[in-house]
Design a protein around this ligand. Structure first.
Ligand SMILES: *Cc1c(COP(=O)(O)O)cnc(C)c1O
Length: 429
């Protein structure tokens, strides 16, 4: 048998850092990443046979838990019929119809293979449709690793950003404006100065890439007004929140709070693939008709709408569309956050948490942060000790304080209770 450490050593010889996506390397929290061998329901087992309650769920997709029988059946059957054809299939139409049914702001979608690809394509489409170059993003939101999005705020108000990655020339991010999340004043100043040059504003409406931070209702309301006034497209990156915080995504949550609220464009991923490489972006028919082969905005993909991935996504959407699914999921998630908050209070540790649907976050802080710099100023040492304390007790949380957590339909009350008991122990020691 290989130990996690042996596998990590071997991996580091042939894969940079031993991982195919950086957060998996445990750099933020230290220690050896667990090499996962298999998973079932709410649990994962590593190479050493250690069992964990999984609160990552592949970073969101596994909303039904691992190995759901109906999804497994659909995937087996699709695989037997052929892996990929490079030609259209009925299942792509069904999946597009299912997404449009659930998300009223979307009239057409195009399927792609990753959230990065979907976000990058959505921005190209917004620029093509508006004939404008500038885009706005918010510090702490992640929209995939397209060059123009690997950018942080410059100094001063609404200046152009700086690349956050080597290999991205400054010229490539010169049209990307980076603003502070939930800062209405800065948003207004930015639109006042250059609103008529902005193609789109992309936002994670409930941001899971700075742990769990909601866009405030006044902020979202003002953002919608400004985009409409200036003819900029409001693009919701729902790669994480879509079909995760509610069946209609975060936009359905804001539509309840802001009458008539809709984004102009939506980006999906994670849950819609059910664990397979699948993502999508969508908008009105008018905007989507700008895409090739109908319009001048080019976009393509050899494996886009892959038959096995669409089968997995469709089977997943079917299960989560059952009445009461999100009520049960939200109740379970709330009971986790409440339980953790209670044991932290008992231990005299400053702790706050929040959740929506099956997505949650918590901070070692006395109030919920509203933007990235506040998130990053929360107690990192304590988080890292807590993370390892939980991992040692068989609870697998996201290995960085700026990542959200996920509960699946397979998590039972007993799993939640075991997690809370582990937290009580970890916090005491
Ligand atoms: C995960 C994520 C992405 C990127 O998706 P990939 O499939 O990893 O490329 C984009 N936006 C958000 C909000 C995400 O959470």
């Amino acid at each position: 048998m290989n130990s996690n450490e042996q596998l990590f050593q071997r991996a580091q010889g042939v894969i940079p850092g031993g991982v195919n996506s950086p957060v998996r390397a445990f750099r933020a929290v230290g220690g050896t990443p667990r090499f996962i061998q298999r998973a079932q329901g709410a649990y994962m087992w590593d190479a050493e046979g250690t069992k964990y309650i999984d609160y990552i769920g592949s970073w969101g997709p596994m909303i039904l838990g691992h190995g759901h029988p109906a999804v497994l059946d659909a995937v087996h059957q699709a695989a037997a019929d052929g892996f990929s054809f490079g030609a259209p299939t009925e299942r792509e139409v069904e999946l597009a119809e299912a997404i449009i049914d659930l998300v009223p702001s979307v009239e057409q979608v195009r399927l792609v293979s990753s959230g990065t690809e979907a976000g990058m394509s959505a921005i190209r489409l917004a620029r093509g449709a508006t004939g404008r170059s500038k885009i706005v993003k918010f510090e702490g939101c992640y929209h995939g690793h397209a060059d123009a999005l690997l950018v942080k705020a410059g100094s001063g108000l609404a200046t152009f950003g700086f690349p956050t990655s080597a290999g991205v020339p400054a010229e490539v991010v010169q049209h990307t404006l980076v603003l502070e999340y939930n800062n209405i004043e800065q948003l207004e100043a930015c639109f006042k100065a250059q609103g008529d040059e902005i193609a789109c504003v992309m936002i994670e409406p409930i941001c899971g890439n700075m742990n769990f931070v909601r866009a405030s209702v006044p902020f979202m309301k003002r953002l919608r007004e400004l985009c409409t006034q200036h003819g900029a497209m409001l693009a919701f990156d729902e790669v994480m929140t879509g079909f995760r915080v509610a069946l209609g995504g975060a936009q359905s949550v804001y539509a309840k709070l802001i009458p008539g609220f809709e984004p102009d464009m939506s980006v999906f991923g994670k849950v819609i693939g059910g664990g397979m490489p699948l993502a999508a972006f969508g908008s009105t028919k008018k905007v989507m008709s700008q895409l090739a082969p109908l319009g001048p905005v080019y976009q393509a993909g050899t494996l886009s709408g892959n038959p096995v991935a669409t089968a997995c996504g469709l089977a997943t959407l079917k299960e989560i569309s059952r009445p009461g699914f999100y009520d049960a999921l939200a109740a379970r998630t709330q009971s986790l956050v409440a339980g953790l908050t209670k044991v932290a209070q008992d231990a005299g540790v400053p702790f706050v948490g929040d959740s929506e649907g099956g997505m949650f976050g918590f901070f070692f802080a006395s109030e919920l942060p509203q933007n990235y710099s506040v998130v990053m100023a929360t107690d990192k040492e304590r988080f890292n000790r807590f993370f390892h304390g939980m991992l040692d007790r068989g609870v697998y949380l996201a290995p960085a304080l700026y990542e959200a957590g996920f509960v699946s339909a397979a998590h039972t009350e007993a799993d939640i209770a075991a997690t809370v008991a582990a937290a009580a122990e970890a916090l005491r020691s």
